[in-house]
Design a binder for this molecule. Structure first.
Ligand SMILES: [Zn+2]
Length: 126
C-alpha cells in the first residue's frame, strides 16, 4: 500500500494507509466521507471527519479516486477510475455505475476556442 501511495506522491501516514486499505481492496466502491468514517470505526481505526475528508480529497487530487459531486455539499469518491457514468438513487443516496457505452452523447455544443473535452460525466438522478 505504501508504494502505491508513494507512487502517487502521497506520503503514507497511519491514517492514509488505513483509509487506502479500506478502499483499495480490489472491489469497486462509491463512498462518502460518512461511509469511510463508519468503515474506519468498524475496524477500530481512530480518525476524525476532517482527517477523512482531507485524505479522500488528497487521494482524488492524486488520481487514486474519482470525486463525483452529486449536489452541492454531497460528494462520493469512486474507486473505479475507468470512464463511466452513474445513476444516483436520491432516496438511498447511493451511486451505481452505468457503462460508458450505454449512453450515446450527441449534439454537443461547439467548444470555446482552444478548448478540448477532458471528460463527460453523466449522472442520472432517479
Ligand atoms: Zn462509479
Amino acid at each position: 500500500m505504501d508504494s502505491m501511495l508513494n507512487k502517487h506522491g502521497i506520503r503514507p501516514t497511519k491514517i492514509r494507509r488505513a483509509i487506502a486499505e479500506l478502499l483499495f481492496d480490489g472491489t469497486d466502491k462509491h463512498v462518502s466521507v460518512d461511509d469511510v468514517i463508519d468503515l474506519a470505526r468498524a475496524q477500530k481505526i481512530k480518525t476524525s471527519v476532517a482527517s477523512v475528508y482531507n485524505t479522500l480529497n488528497q487521494f482524488a487530487v492524486a488520481g487514486l479516486l474519482r470525486k463525483v459531486t452529486v449536489e452541492q455539499g454531497r460528494a462520493f469518491f469512486d474507486t473505479n477510475l475507468s470512464e463511466h457514468h452513474h445513476f444516483y438513487f436520491e432516496d438511498e443516496e447511493r451511486l451505481e455505475d452505468i457503462p460508458v457505452d450505454a449512453i450515446n452523447i450527441s449534439g454537443l455544443p461547439k467548444l470555446p476556442k482552444g478548448r478540448r473535452i477532458k471528460s463527460i460525466d453523466v449522472t442520472i438522478r432517479i
